[in-house]
Design a protein around this ligand. Sequence first.
Ligand code: SF4
Length: 708
Amino acid sequence: MPNSATPTHCPYCALQCGMNLTPAADGTDGVVVLSERADFPVNRGALCGKGRTAPAVLSSRVRLTTPLVRRAGVLEPASWDEALDRIAEGITRTRAEHGPDACGVFGGGGLTNEKAYALGKFARTVLGTSQIDYNGRFCMSSAAAAGIKAFGLDRGLPFPLEDIPRTGCVVLVGSNPAETMPPALRYFTELRENGGTLVVVDPRRTRTAEQADLHLAPRPGTDLALALGLLHLIVAEGRTDERYILERTNGWEEARAAAMAHWPEYVERITGVSVPQLREAVRLFCEPEHAMVLTARGPEQQSKGTDTVGAWINLTLATGRAGRPLSGYGCLTGQGNGQGGREHGQKADQLPGYRKLDDPEARRHVAEVWGVDPDSLPGPGRSAYELLDALGSDIRSLLVMGSNPVVSAPRAAHVEERIRSLEFLAVCDVVLSETAALADVVLPVTQWAEETGTTTSLEGRVLLRRRAVAPPDGVRSDLEVLHALAGRLGVEKGFPTDAEEVFEELRRASAGGVADYAGITYRRLAEENGVFWPCPAPAGGTEGDGEGVPGGSAHPGTPRLFLERFATPDGRARFVPVSHRAAAEEPDDEYPVLLTTGRVVAQYQSGAQTRRVDELNAAAPGPFVELHPRLAERLGAAEGDPVAVVSRRGRAVAPARITTAIRPDTVFMPFHWPGEGRANTLTNPALDPTSRMPEFKACAVRVEAVGK
Ligand code: SF4
């Protein structure tokens, strides 16, 4: 490996911060030395603690370097051949006894584009199963569904982050970048320095909300009503952009009528946000020429998440903001490849290029690239939670790649029990996660700095993550695993182990689709610091010509979408009429308090990697229950006392953290930890009817002081 610095990207969140890595000198601590990469415009060298300490997870002290197979109930070291043979045998047995759909595949939003693509192809062409989905279903699928409904296309941000400081107002809904992606906070700080305003909608006074010009703190699960109340006031105050509505949208009258049924006083009763606060939010949002609404997991992780995001999108349409410069709606994606992870075929209902699996033309195109009969491709399968819920019954074996559902899935004790009931479980991971610990076979795989691949950031910017250091002995890449398993299952071709070769096929498979990567090559990604999709191929095809055919020129990529037209058949955006409805589970006498869950700055997702980093563990050593002093007083609980949070699905115990930053009717738990304090033991798997996303953000609980 070269000893010079390799420019690459962080393994964690969707900001995909740039960083330089240099192999560490012999005899020094660690595997690589991390240094600032100021040329990447998104973070300009800044990193949060997770990114700064990410090299620690490369150390063989904390990771798997040997395959493990279960013998007499115990996971023991094994050779790669034995481990791969065991997986092939497990899959073959399941298929023979129960059919291909009894084989499940569960992927991850952190997998590179190449891995996500290869995993979807493996499931559908080697296993022949429809039962594949991924943990991104838990992450932002409601925003994706709402974006497709309204704009005909789902790309997290339809504009680059650099537009944020230049707009007039940002309404940030259910997002806390101060904890989730701290380097992004500067965009909002610069917005305010430039005279713009920040409105934060969050049931908690988060570190992000503390920086806002206006903080609205609705009851969890009521931000759909909040958005309707704001639209009501926008109409009542004559702040709509009638010409834009006429020229660029459909469906206004129905959406308008739905909003007018939500009087501000009614919305105040539902949400707890006062009418003067609603009026002030409308003033801040409508007065500037440019304004944005950005959502994250808050509005999305609800049993009505698609409608909730749709209601916020409606605000940007009614005021003529979507598809205008420095304005519009965007979603701040969470996982590192949350965007690309859902574009290339590991989602239950989609094929590469963001094509729909039940579209005959999409099936024909992708089948041709894959060299298979379109009729041999299975149809859409179960969504993530539904797939996990079917384990042990309809689904008998499961291959997990890059996910830890024992900690991250809703109703996690039930999911853990379903996983334990499987006839066969194989997990590919870098560490022995809680899910891997239950497996029959565990394969140790390479990670970010040890392999090359692409990710697609929250901006829709496709990025090249470069290999900076050799992996430890005994470790193989996920692509090598799929190649080896395909061979053992009788498919010798079609699963290259070289990421660039996979990407070349992905380009062809995505060509002409919504997420069109046909004009993107590794060379362009390296030279241009990323390329925004859609980026169609220049005339002449996609074979190696992303730089342009002779006499032609490369497509520049598309940093800003919708400026001329939306991606709908008639080019117009669609208002979606929505009405308030309650969370699937509202407080009652038995469970009188609302629970909402989220993240802390020093941990990432299920914590499988970050809980193994000393510095991060010191900063965030375990779960806690955030509760208001009034609730704490009623319980007789003092700061740090263990409190139990009980829902219809189970019980979690963690120390009390008492703060006025949370509503008295709500408690908050971060979800990064397993065991007694596992927040997802409590959460409700009620699914959004469109996105199939579970309701992580609101469920009814009771809180008890432990030992009192
Ligand atoms: Fe990594 Fe996200 Fe932190 Fe940036 S903000 S360093 S991408 S975890």
